[in-house]
Design a binder for this molecule. Structure first.
Ligand SMILES: *[C@@H]1O[C@H](CO)[C@@H](O)[C@H](O)[C@H]1NC(C)=O
Ligand SMILES: *[C@@H]1O[C@H](CO)[C@@H](O)[C@H](O)[C@H]1NC(C)=O
Ligand SMILES: *[C@@H]1O[C@H](CO)[C@@H](O)[C@H](O)[C@H]1NC(C)=O
Ligand SMILES: *[C@@H]1O[C@H](CO)[C@@H](O)[C@H](O)[C@H]1NC(C)=O
Ligand SMILES: *[C@@H]1O[C@H](CO)[C@@H](O)[C@H](O)[C@H]1NC(C)=O
Ligand SMILES: *[C@@H]1O[C@H](CO)[C@@H](O)[C@H](O)[C@H]1NC(C)=O
Ligand SMILES: *[C@@H]1O[C@H](CO)[C@@H](O)[C@H](O)[C@H]1NC(C)=O
Ligand SMILES: CC(=O)N[C@H]1CO[C@H](CO)[C@@H](O)[C@@H]1O
Length: 839
């Protein structure tokens, strides 16, 4: 638990914003010393949060950034996504949610700063770590090392970005919001295998960055040997024990993982607000001055942007703002209190001399003193034992795995918990809930099943890597071949198996025009062998293998060379009877390739590209592979975020009015094991701690951004179903705060708020006295004020948010004979006030 001290922090924040606005057009100086980043010579405590612009929509940016500011952030950090901006060599895209300049200007208009991580390697669970796949197909190229072809392409892109920022006057040195930039990314984690060339490369990166003369500091995260003036910085779940490589580099934490990402097949990760706040408080206790949350808003992997492989479409990350942009409570509120407190101590922290007092058992008090004032951190890093210490003649009990920030002694943070609810789409005029009417088409692959019958220009007498052939323009690649079988062949007349070794991630097999089966890799085992009994015929036989990828690898030394697709062998095997096996290897046959599906080329997903009569209405197939389904729906009323429930479908892609909302794989269930119903925030966090939703679909709901929808008229929803499923259960829903609950002790303020256009419609529970239980299951205790409920109703019902000072004066006498009373409240949020509840 963290102490809070509101004090004058909100006023400080206001002044900071005001100052930023008045400097907007003027250059200001960003530099650093060994303690902090300095702005116009003043040392700063900077709280930053990552928001990746392509993981939301341009329409969502103002609200996301505004909520970040309200949550006490001063800086927004983002990577720049090369493969999104340059999908084909020298053909650029900065439109829509790729409008980097608009994103940075949106941050600027909110009065916040920007940390621009240009990379161009981004990792980020983004397909291929942000590198365009065409880069891989340049002769003699070697990624992220001393290689002329690579360095020349990297320089071409980074120069483009830096020049774009300069032209728009976005660097602080030009009066813009960018106060720091990053070159490369976490190279120090993987550089070993690159040897001396890797070291040369890092020097070259530093020189390149320096040569841009952007007038603000450059950082290199996880790079102990970062050459000056590059600042090395830390990434991780905890960075308090980390030290920069030079006395003149401040302690900067570029990635504090607020949660974790999710893979197909994995349960929901969850990092508690308490543990995250603990790590932040400790970072500042141990001399940190700039801290960035990775992610502050995780968002959505639209289209084919998810990397991994096997990263889900949701990139929620359990971040302080959820995938849809709602405040993820209590995390958002808990951190906000901490930020206000830290910011209010800026001067003392950044100028003070610090002194540690060790109490043993990982209990440390740190005192920062400056100009006759001091602030203290009482940190207990023991993961199970609470500690009672005598500090400056007062006894304090510090819970295990917590930091109390003084002066304010131990106080409880009243962070609200919100319970999100999903609501069905509103009923139509007839009062009936929408029943979606479906039309369908098969993916027309029949002609592809015969390699001699289609005119593909790509063929080779070898099995080719999938990304080499496709340049990653589609998940799908057909590998087809034919061969003759004669009566004299030893294989004829035997039971024959087709055996395919593939490097992933999925395979559908067809023989002589018929479907024989499919198989998908499991998370972390991408290579597998497919085997199936097949029927051969005399004369010509056709084998068509459709290989499918699920995002390309984004991390590791030489990750860019990780194979995908069918690398063989592809064999026919039969038992000879005398325990011998006859094998016919087809790997070096002539293979004919076709990139993508016909429906992708003909844009079946685009409502304007097909005719209504192309779509069938009768005999809608279910549990068939490769079916396109289509329906129309009306936008849900209001402004709440919209999701589509794809329960019943298998795997594929979905489009709303032609916008690709990402891969879905509803039929992929999360592991049965590893979840726990309770979550102890104490102790080191890791990605397998506090998991939920075991055995449920890894992702069932998919975000449909409001800007993809039309306000009036019908929206078109089109699905490519690859594995087989049924569309009948598909539903559009809105996500909204259903309940807001909080509790806090006397002497503090309790705040409640609904989000969106909701108001507090009803107080479900309120007790001031000795209420029992936790959020979600409050119960009345043995004593309480009889007046509290009506006071709270008067103050809160009908309001979007309300704030209550907790005292007997305000809430009435409790009659409890205790030191401190507690107030616990649970409120219902709705669009309109429940009449009964007000009266
Ligand atoms: C892939 O990219 C390479 C290099 O730019 C190019 O030569 C090749 O034609 C591309 N292949 C496809 C299928 O677009
Ligand atoms: C990038 O490469 C293109 C040629 O492919 C060239 O015209 C352009 O000037 C280069 N940009 C930079 C900044 O070097
Ligand atoms: C602090 O705790 C110690 C040990 O329990 C006790 O002897 C002492 O009186 C306490 N001091 C105060 C100021 O409460
Ligand atoms: C494949 O197509 C060729 C040319 O159209 C045809 O002669 C042949 O019979 C077809 N083979 C199969 C197995 O369908
Ligand atoms: C993946 O796991 C499923 C369920 O455990 C199993 O049926 C399937 O064979 C596995 N696939 C591979 C490629 O290992
Ligand atoms: C093909 O896959 C099987 C099963 O994974 C494996 O045992 C075998 O070694 C693979 N063959 C080759 C040549 O990689
Ligand atoms: C075939 O091999 C199996 C196991 O290797 C053995 O048990 C069996 O006796 C063999 N059969 C013949 C006919 O050799
Ligand atoms: C070394 C490491 O694990 N890096 C990861 C840090 O977290 C980011 C965000 O999830 C990943 O992109 C990195 O792979």
């Amino acid at each position: 638990m963290l102490s809070k001290k509101m004090g004058s922090s909100s006023a400080t924040l206001f002044l900071l914003c005001f100052a930023l606005f008045s400097f907007a057009a003027n250059a200001y100086e960003v530099s650093h010393d060994g303690r902090a980043i300095t702005i116009n010579g003043e040392r700063k405590i900077l709280i930053s949060g990552t928001i990746h612009y392509p993981r939301s929509t341009a329409e969502m940016w103002p609200s996301l950034i505004n909520k970040a500011k309200e949550g006490g952030l001063q800086v927004i950090e983002t990577y720049v996504f090369w493969n999104a901006h340059e999908p084909l060599r020298r053909q650029y895209d900065f439109s829509g949610n790729l409008d980097l300049v608009r994103f940075i200007k949106t941050v600027q208009s909110e009065g916040l700063y920007v940390l621009l991580r240009i990379g161009p390697y981004v990792c980020a669970e983004w397909s291929y770590g942000g590198f365009p796949v065409w880069l891989h197909n340049i002769p003699n190229i070697k990624f992220r090392t001393k290689n002329d072809a690579f360095m020349s392409e990297m320089k071409n892109f980074t120069t483009l970005i830096v020049d774009m920022m300069k032209t728009e006057k976005l660097f602080a040195s030009q009066g813009g919001p960018i106060i720091a930039a990053q070159i490369e990314n976490e190279y120090g984690n993987v550089n070993g295998p690159y040897g001396d060339d890797g070291k040369e490369y890092i020097k070259w990166c530093a020189q390149l960055a320096d040569s841009y003369q952007i007038g603000v500091p450059w950082v290199m995260c996880q790079q102990d040997d970062a050459p000056p003036p590059m600042l090395n910085t830390c990434n991780g779940w905890y960075c308090d024990q980390w030290q920069p490589n030079s006395n003149s580099t401040p302690k900067i934490w570029t990635e504090n993982w607020t949660g974790w990402y999710k893979n197909w097949g994995n349960p929901n990760p969850h990092r508690t607000a308490e543990d995250l706040a603990f790590s932040v408080a400790r970072f500042f206790q141990y001399g940190g001055s700039f801290q960035n949350y990775y992610m502050y808003h995780g968002g959505t992997n639209f289209g084919r942007t998810a990397g991994g492989p096997y990263i889900t479409t949701s990139y929620d990350y359990d971040a302080p703002l959820d995938e849809y942009g709602n405040k993820n409570q209590p995390k958002w509120g808990h951190l906000k209190q901490l930020h206000l407190l830290l910011k209010s101590m800026e001067k003392i922290l950044t100028h003070g001399v610090s002194r540690n007092i060790e109490y043993g058992n990982q209990m440390t008090a740190t005192v920062y003193s400056y100009a006759g004032r001091s602030v203290c951190f009482l940190g207990n890093a023991d993961d199970s034992r609470d500690a009672t210490i005598n500090f400056r003649n007062t006894n304090y009990t510090i819970s295990a795995w917590s930091v109390s920030i003084l002066p304010d002694c131990y106080t409880e943070v009243s962070a609200q918990t919100s319970t999100m609810v999903r609501k069905e789409n509103e009923a139509d005029d007839a009062g009936e809930p929408f029943a979606l009417k479906w039309r369908w088409m098969y993916e027309p692959y029949d002609q592809l099943l015969n390699s001699s019958a289609f005119g593909s220009k790509i063929s080779a007498s070898v099995l080719l890597d999938q990304k080499v052939v496709t340049n990653d323009t589609s998940d799908y690649l057909w590998y087809t071949t034919s061969f003759d079988v004669k009566k004299t062949d030893p294989i004829w007349g035997k039971e024959v198996k087709l055996r395919v070794n593939t490097s992933g991630h999925g395979l559908h097999a067809f023989v002589n025009g018929g479907y024989v089966g499919s198989k998908y890799a499991n998370y972390s085992h991408y290579k597998f062998q497919y085997e199936s009994v097949i029927q051969l015929q005399l004369g010509k036989n056709e084998i068509a293998l459709l290989s499918a990828t699920v995002g390309l690898t984004n991390y590791g030394s030489f990750f860019d060379n990780v194979e995908v697709g069918i690398h063989g062998p592809v064999e026919l095997v039969a038992e000879a009877g005398n325990n011998e096996t006859i094998t016919m290897d087809l790997s070096t046959n002539k293979w004919v390739y076709k990139v993508g599906l016909q429906g992708e080329r003909d844009e079946f997903y685009n409502p304007l590209k097909t005719k209504e009569e192309d779509w069938l209405t009768r005999n809608l197939p279910t549990n068939s592979i490769f079916v396109w389904y289509k329906t129309t729906f009306k936008s849900p009323l209001g402004n709440d975020p919209v999701v589509v429930d794809l329960m019943g479908l298998g795997k594929g892609f979905a489009w709303v009015n032609g916008n690709n909302i990402g891969r879905y794989w509803t039929s992929y269930l999360a592991d049965q094991d590893g979840c726990s119903s309770t979550c102890d925030y104490r102790g080191t966090y890791g990605s397998t701690k506090c998991l939920t939703k075991c055995g449920e679909p890894s992702q069932r709901w998919y975000h449909v951004p409001r800007s993809f929808l039309r306000d009036d008229g019908d929206n078109t929803f089109i699905v490519l179903e690859e594995l087989g499923g049924s569309p009948y259960n598909i539903k559009f829903q809105t996500v909204t705060v259903g309940r807001a609950s909080a509790h806090a002790y006397e002497g503090h303020k309790l705040e409640l708020s609904c989000q969106g256009e909701k108001v507090i419609s009803e107080i479900k529970f309120a007790s001031f006295g000795q209420p029992k239980g936790e959020i979600g299951s409050f119960e009345k205790g043995h004593c309480e004020s009889p007046k509290a409920l009506s006071v709270i109703k008067t103050k809160c019902v009908g309001k979007e948010s309300c704030s209550i000072r907790i005292s007997e004066r305000v809430l009435g006498s409790t009659g409890c004979k205790v030191e401190q009373n507690r107030l616990a409240v649970e409120a219902i949020c709705d669009t309109k006030v429940n009449e009964e509840a007000i009266n």
